[in-house]
Design a binder for this molecule. Sequence first.
Ligand SMILES: Cc1cc2nc3c(=O)[nH]c(=O)nc-3n(C[C@H](O)[C@H](O)[C@H](O)COP(=O)(O)OP(=O)(O)OC[C@H]3O[C@@H](n4cnc5c(N)ncnc54)[C@H](O)[C@@H]3O)c2cc1C
Length: 372
Amino acid sequence: MPKPLNIAIIGAGLIGLSCADSLMRASGAGQIKITVFERRAAPMRGTSFCNSGMIHPSQSQSWANDDKRPDRADALTRAANHAVFDLALQSRALLQDNFKRLNLVDILERPKGCLQIYSDIQAAQQAQKNFDNFGVQSSILIDSVTTFGHPALMFPDDMSGNARLYGEALTDSLVSRGAIFIYEAEGLHLLPQNNGIVARLSPERPAMHLPPYFDHVIIAAGPQSSAIMARLGLSLQLEPIKGYAVNYARPDMDLPDVPVMDAASRSALTVFKDHIRVSGTWDKPDETYLLDRWRDIAPHLMEALGPPLLTWTGLRPVSRAGRPYISASSIPNLWVNTGHGHLGWTLCAGSGELMARMVLRGEADKRFIYAG
Ligand SMILES: Cc1cc2nc3c(=O)[nH]c(=O)nc-3n(C[C@H](O)[C@H](O)[C@H](O)COP(=O)(O)OP(=O)(O)OC[C@H]3O[C@@H](n4cnc5c(N)ncnc54)[C@H](O)[C@@H]3O)c2cc1C
């Protein structure tokens, strides 16, 4: 029997876990050994911990663009947006299969769709035209409960669910299939050699049996990916963009059953099974703006909330190219899968699947290339 492929994945967030899952599912029994290195003490404790829960291909347009030439930037941005949209649609279908496989009833039973509110009906109509041109279906809706009385677009092909519960269930499933998780692996050193990549934990760690080298290493460390690449002499253009999440107990009143987005503040209100989450914004110094904004949008609901159960901040790994990097690198057998920005939950399963095809079958996809 041929020697199994040893594959290391750096990062146990939505993207790293999805890579592990797709690689294991695409390989026969005993053909692959997956080791996930995570710097924290548990999976899903980075940006994936507390996001807004939306699986929203409708929002595939980039939030970032570093190209200073408008003519080229427009063409590049359009191409990137469409590539991301295609991947989001594939990813959503894969996620639906995964929810069934992992028996995630809470997600399976949630109503489909996401809403986005606007300041007035003209703004909603104009946005609807733009979405329609991009290929995203929507309908206009105003309702006192679900849109808090504001004009909104309903995206029926979006969906939502608790990403942390998904990631934790996926981790359990990976462990049951033989994946090894090494936590508190902050001091990991990667040393590219001729036959593969050697991984060494910091000398303070108790001795741990690692293979002499890994055949492949995938960097899926979210906003920290650039620092890891830099230690290997590679430059990865990522901007860590801060967002916030505040959880509250559900008050006893009628609540929207799908997430409600506010385009102006890049934030959302999501009702989960046992809590409400207000989350998002773009690089503000703290959560004050987020909460003030939702007090304006939904005053009755915000007044009915008790004290926060949790206040959290996370960094979105935003790629300067306006789309993720899912690609080989110039170091043989070193791969990168990051830069998913505001779309990591939406794109995770598709990104994992694409990475598995690249690593195992030698496929490439120029749309997500990393040129470093
Ligand atoms: C407020 C907010 C709301 C959001 N809402 C949505 C949404 O509704 N829908 C959506 O699709 N997306 C949403 N996102 C984006 C989404 O959450 C992210 O794109 C996604 O979580 C990124 O996943 P990741 O696996 O790349 O990164 P992470 O989840 O950060 O995982 C990377 C992991 O790598 C580990 N790591 C880092 N450095 C090292 C190292 N040196 N060694 C070992 N391990 C290391 C980290 O500890 C971390 O666990 C939101 C983001 C924010 C901040």
